[in-house]
Design a protein around this ligand. Structure first.
Ligand SMILES: *[C@@H]1O[C@H](CO)[C@@H](O)[C@H](O)[C@H]1NC(C)=O
Ligand SMILES: *[C@@H]1O[C@H](CO)[C@@H](O)[C@H](O)[C@H]1NC(C)=O
Ligand SMILES: *[C@@H]1O[C@H](CO)[C@@H](O)[C@H](O)[C@H]1NC(C)=O
Ligand SMILES: *[C@@H]1O[C@H](CO)[C@@H](O)[C@H](O)[C@H]1NC(C)=O
Ligand SMILES: *[C@@H]1O[C@H](CO)[C@@H](O)[C@H](O)[C@H]1NC(C)=O
Ligand SMILES: *[C@@H]1O[C@H](CO)[C@@H](O)[C@H](O)[C@H]1NC(C)=O
Ligand SMILES: *[C@@H]1O[C@H](CO)[C@@H](O)[C@H](O)[C@H]1NC(C)=O
Ligand SMILES: *[C@@H]1O[C@H](CO)[C@@H](O)[C@H](O)[C@H]1NC(C)=O
Length: 266
């Protein structure tokens, strides 16, 4: 009975070593290495988790953080039907500055998407420094009680367009009289629209969104344990990729045989 048990356990041990030395083991180690390398996306350099983009493998970040990279342009991120230019990523503070792509060349887009600005609120949120502007289009040229509202042109005669912040008292009048409107966040510091800083500049300076979420803390723990944060849709979305090729839900707890290989490379 006992000797049978020992034989069986040696067999299991042998099987275990054979398994860990197979190519899939090395693939797992490769993942750690690949996800450790920051990537460049257009004008923004040295980007890391949770962002994806370019050639970066899907298991190195969240799909919601996928950036479109084009030449030397600003990266693009999409939330539902809207695309945004990513002007800055402050990776130490988890804040991204983004601007609507459809308003890049004017507040009156030639392919108008008269939709309010929306975010992916599961992963992103507005910053307290943001302020909402509402842009009203196709208003009658004489709306009363609009002292303080600022107008802009869309090149059409006989109609007017206005933009106001949310504390503007005549806003209900505009909602009633104008045919279209959209809500666009801007940086609060620029929202007191200064005559020399036109509406277009303010829109193009974008607004801040933070992406500080539960995984951000988890990722710190993973990093502290020597791991690299990754993504695996078939297990927990968040995974901690370890030096030895192991994949853990939170952090790398133990050291395994192959880590010596990496100490040679370091
Ligand atoms: C890239 O970013 C990391 C932190 O994410 C930082 O430690 C490193 O110094 C940066 N490298 C360059 C070249 O900016
Ligand atoms: C990130 O934000 C902090 C606080 O606003 C600021 O001090 C720092 O310079 C910013 N870093 C980058 C790279 O924008
Ligand atoms: C856009 O936001 C405004 C409030 O700012 C709201 O009244 C309007 O219904 C929204 N439009 C759409 C299409 O969601
Ligand atoms: C802007 O409007 C959106 C949608 O109504 C709201 O969630 C957000 O808090 C507003 N931002 C500010 C700074 O008021
Ligand atoms: C909103 O705009 C008005 C002028 O249209 C300005 O006096 C007011 O300070 C602005 N509010 C904020 C919170 O910036
Ligand atoms: C804004 O309104 C004023 C007064 O009605 C008008 O003179 C001016 O041409 C308008 N500007 C634009 C850009 O439509
Ligand atoms: C308006 O903006 C310009 C350029 O940014 C700046 O030099 C000027 O001081 C601003 N004026 C006010 C009243 O804020
Ligand atoms: C994802 O997790 C599953 C189950 O843990 C594993 O079999 C698979 O290899 C992992 N995929 C990646 C890309 O890490």
């Amino acid at each position: 009975m006992n000797s049978h048990y020992l034989a069986l356990s040696s067999l299991i041990t042998l099987f275990f070593f054979l398994t860990i030395l197979t190519p899939s083991y090395c693939t797992a180690v490769e993942r750690f290495v690949e996800c450790s390398i920051p990537f460049d996306c257009g004008r923004i350099k040295n980007i890391s988790y949770p962002f994806l983009g370019g050639d970066r493998p899907d298991y190195c970040g969240f799909p919601e953080f996928k950036l479109g990279c084009r030449g030397d342009e600003y990266p693009i991120i999409s939330f539902e039907e809207l695309e945004f230019r990513v002007l800055n990523i402050n990776q130490s503070h988890l804040i991204m500055t983004i601007a609507r792509l459809d308003l890049l060349n004017g507040p009156c887009p030639s392919t108008p998407k008269f939709v309010n600005t929306t975010l992916d609120f599961n992963n992103f949120d507005y910053q307290p420094t943001d302020q909402n502007l509402t842009l009203f289009y196709d208003c009658p040229s004489e709306v009363s009680g609009l002292d303080g509202a600022k107008n802009f042109s869309c090149g059409l005669d006989n109609t007017a367009n206005y933009f106001v912040n949310e504390s503007f008292t005549g806003i209900d009048e505009l909602f009633e009289k104008c045919h279209r409107h959209i809500r666009v966040p801007v940086l609060g510091s620029t929202a007191l629209i200064n005559e020399s800083l036109g509406l277009q500049k303010v829109l193009n300076q974008g607004f801040d969104v933070d992406y500080h979420n539960s995984w951000a803390i988890t990722c710190l723990g993973c990093g502290a344990s020597g791991g690299i944060c990754g993504f695996n849709s078939s297990s927990h979305p968040f995974v901690c990729l370890c030096r030895d090729g192991d994949q853990q839900p939170l952090f790398c707890s133990s050291k395994y045989a192959c880590s010596f290989l990496f100490s040679l490379l370091d």
